[in-house]
Design a binder for this molecule. Structure first.
Ligand code: SF4
Length: 227
């Protein structure tokens, strides 16, 4: 499996935000989101066997929460899925951050999927979500929308209602995008969409969603890697 990095930090997003977490960042992505903050994953990476990855994870213990992210981890599903089965058998709690552009039916049900449905503001990546992946969602899973503006918000709002997402997933996350080149300051001024505005829209519409700020971009400088 090709990895960019493997490290321990605190989870920055989702309902697991704030918990210690081991991040396994896989190399490669088939999308190109306009606001992507992980372009360094598109190329390169180093190959490791599943035994080597498991040993690296164990070296970072005690920590029982693991997130597979990227890039797009499902591009390496052939090796990733067996690794998930091994780690679940060892009682780790697993998460995967994915765009949902690849089929998710084979991801073990015990793995918490954080599925990032791309909005119009994602540019070329918009509308790449595979709708049949909605049928794979359980209450273990979370659906995330990264929002750049009001158009993205309305897309997310309509998608939530159209697909009754609150009945399919455990959480619906609305996450303001960060500017492409944020300042080193740890401030909401770096966001492309003012979170206060987003909260006003959510409350006005009574949306069954949770505001999700990427807390790692407030703990460390927004562009810092490996945290
Ligand atoms: S799917 Fe993720 S890694 Fe790929 S381009 Fe979009 S934000 Fe970047």
């Amino acid at each position: 499996m090709h990895l960019i990095e493997l490290y321990k930090s605190v989870q920055g997003e989702s309902s697991f935000a704030g918990l210690p977490c081991i991040f396994v960042r896989l190399a490669g992505c088939n999308l190109r989101c306009a606001w992507c903050d992980s372009e360094y994953t598109f190329t390169g990476g180093k190959a490791f066997t599943l035994d080597e990855i498991e040993a690296q994870i164990k070296a970072l213990s005690p920590c029982t929460l693991i997130e597979f992210t990227g890039g797009e981890p499902m591009l390496q599903a052939k090796e990733l899925l067996p690794l998930m089965e091994r780690l679940l058998a060892e009682r780790y709690t697993l998460m995967i951050e994915t765009s949902g552009e690849r089929p998710l039916a084979d991801v073990p049900k015990a793995v918490h999927k954080i599925v990032d449905v791309k909005c119009p503001g994602a540019g070329a990546a918009a509308n790449t979500f595979r709708l049949e992946n909605l049928d794979t969602l359980t209450r273990n899973d979370e659906v995330k929308f990264v929002l750049s503006d009001r158009t993205d918000y309305e897309f997310a709002r309509d998608f939530i209602h159209q697909h009754a997402l609150e009945k399919r997933a455990g959480q619906i996350l609305l996450s303001p995008a960060f500017q492409k080149t944020p300042s080193p300051q740890r401030t909401a001024d770096n966001m492309a969409l003012d979170p206060r505005k987003l909260v006003e829209w959510m409350l006005a519409d009574g949306l069954p969603a949770r505001l999700s700020l990427q807390i790692h971009k407030f703990i460390w400088e927004p562009m810092k890697k490996g945290v």
